[in-house]
Ligand binder design. Sequence first.
Ligand code: MF3
Ligand code: CO
Ligand code: CO
Length: 263
Amino acid sequence: MNMKYIKNSKDIKYMRNVCKLASEVLDYISNFIKIGVTTNELDLLCYNYIINVQKAIPGPLNYFPPGYKFPFPKSICTSINDVVCHGIPDNKFLKNGDILNIDITVKKNNYFGDSSRMFVVGETTLNAKFLIKIAYECMWAGISKVKDNVYLNDIGNAIQMHAEKYNFSIVKEFCGHGIGKKFHEFPQILNYNNFKSSEKIYSGMIFTIEPMINEGSRFIYETSNGWTIKTKDKSLSAQWEHTILVTDFGFEVLTISNNYFFL
Ligand code: MF3
Ligand code: CO
Ligand code: CO
């Protein structure tokens, strides 16, 4: 095992704190998601809340990892309908029936917390609601495997099995990630079974679980802004994300909110 993935008690204290902030931004912004609102408005609301109320920093703003052509220009990711991830807020209005992922990353005291939820604008189709529900169950199928000394692959396998049971597909190009003083660090948490991996997870590791589930095929493309990813077949995509601490007997979901429950 690689000791550098294991957080100490100070790390864990700060991670509990910043992850709670991420969940509170999601609670806050959920009240503003309505027909006719633009994603730029949601972005500005989150920016102001994170900066002025939380005295923290939005993780995505100007984030510029290796391999990307531009820094991410906004404070949150807003991924609508066939957008798989990394949607950039803009001046388009939310419309009735849209499904929307809002992905919030907060940085405070040099630690990052990362979480996303799905939202429905107005009323949507039964198919869209079903996709959102199964994506949520996939995330929890992964989370429920987390425990000291279990195979990392058990997480991805559980996610893949659940999605495929309903004939949905898993996006393979993106995955969960270790998180702490860096936004994205090792290990990678794949959302499918990688038979070649014999890696294990250990108490004190912190990582995200964030499966992306498509209604149609798993294939995607990168749009011209250099960030936004869409489904190739224009089918809907859904994603949920939590940041998780591995414990001796299971897991602690650091981005849980006391004020939110998805049914
Ligand atoms: N929050 C995303 C994740 O879950 C990463 C977004 S990177 C950004 O890993 F730059 F697009 F914000
Ligand atoms: Co993440
Ligand atoms: Co995220």
